[in-house]
Ligand binder design. Structure first.
Ligand code: NAP
Length: 314
């Protein structure tokens, strides 16, 4: 049974534990909610990453206000754009430098690359820009910071995005789904396929990370529907708008309410016992299986090599 995350955190404190947390996409929405809760619990160092410096600096002020005095919180904003491989490598390198010898305890990635449907744009590498932010950049930061020794032993890496869907006919040679787009798909159809593709790539990359680097833990979470500051379902096509609108009414949370779930995994001493060894969870921490494509080790191996090539790691 899924744990009551908010109750589970009631007596948790990170004061005195010298934890360094990085929240990518922490200037807004779910990421900012996670950063606020970590500050409230006494996390001593929080680095947030995003493009918008004004919003980033405003979040840092809020974190300082929320932190218990005895945590002596140190906060930092790192400006970076994760929409292409150059930006991803620059952010990874800035984070490695900023974390320094202390290393990274928690790497939380919440950068928003919602599928663009028929409005898909391409980045400097020739890939779907939204896909680059949503999926490639999560692989890039996790992989680069893992292999460069940026993580402390037992560090937790976490993606909050899409989880559990499968695009069963995904080809690693067409991750941007250009062939499908060229066939003139419906707006709803391509949006759904892009969302399934993001989830398939994230699930597969995170499963490989867990298998290849068992000294760390790589979690992937689907947040459900979270009413963030800029939540805008008008950008979604067709009937998906209606599903989102209804979904928000029925299961919608705020970023601060939702933050309890990822932070429970990060900070609760009971998390391991209550959640077991699973790494993939739905919006209330029910374990979710990998999709069909991601369960095939051959698919994952091919994707792993392709993602490394995309980020210039061959
Ligand atoms: N909210 C939901 O209901 C919901 C549902 C399902 C899945 N998700 C997924 O959960 C994740 C978080 O969503 P959210 O609703 O919290 O998003 P959000 O409110 O739009 O916040 C997104 C964050 O990502 C950063 N970001 C966007 N593009 C970036 C880029 N190119 N480089 C660096 N940072 C970038 C933004 O910062 P700057 O603007 O400062 O760059 C911001 O901090 C996303 O992957 C989203 O697709 C959300």
């Amino acid at each position: 049974m899924a744990p009551d995350a908010a109750a589970g955190l009631r007596n948790v404190s990170l004061v005195g534990q010298n934890k360094t947390a990085i929240v990518v996409g922490g200037t807004l929405g779910i990421g900012a909610g996670v950063a606020r809760l970590l500050a409230r619990l006494g996390c001593s160092r929080i680095i947030i990453v995003g493009r918008n410096e004004t919003r980033g600096k405003a979040v840092l002020e809020v974190l300082k206000e929320l932190a218990p005095k005895e945590s002596r919180i140190v906060v930092e904003f790192i400006k970076g754009d994760l929409s292409d491989s150059k930006g991803m490598r620059e952010v990874a390198s800035s984070l490695q430098k900023a974390a320094g010898d202390a290393g990274i305890d928690y790497l939380i990635m919440s950068q928003n690359g919602t599928p663009a449907g028929l409005n898909t744009k391409y980045n400097a590498d020739g890939h779907d820009t939204a896909f680059a932010v949503q999926a490639i950049s999560r692989f890039a930061l996790a992989y680069l910071l893992t292999t460069s020794g940026g993580l402390v032993p037992n560090a937790i890496v976490m993606s909050i995005a899409n989880q559990g869907q499968s695009l069963d006919d995904l080809s690693v040679d067409d991750l941007s789904l250009k062939t499908r787009l060229a066939k003139g798909p419906s707006a709803t159809g391509i949006f759904i396929n892009q969302s399934q593709r993001d989830s398939t790539v994230l699930d597969s990359a995170f499963e490989e990370l867990n298998l290849r680097y068992p000294q760390y833990q790589y979690f992937s979470l689907w947040p459900g529907l979270v009413k963030t500051e800029e939540f805008n379902f008008s950008i979604t096509p067709g009937y998906i708008k209606v599903i989102m609108w209804l979904g928000l009414k029925i299961i919608g949370t705020t970023p601060d309410q939702y933050a309890n779930f990822p932070v429970y995994i990060l900070a609760s001493p009971d998390a391991q016992r209550t959640l077991g060894s699973g790494k993939y969870f739905d919006r209330v921490l029910n374990p979710t299986p990998l999709g069909k494509w991601s369960r095939d080790p051959k698919n994952r191996q091919a994707l792993w090599e392709k993602l490394k090539e995309i980020i210039g790691e061959q």
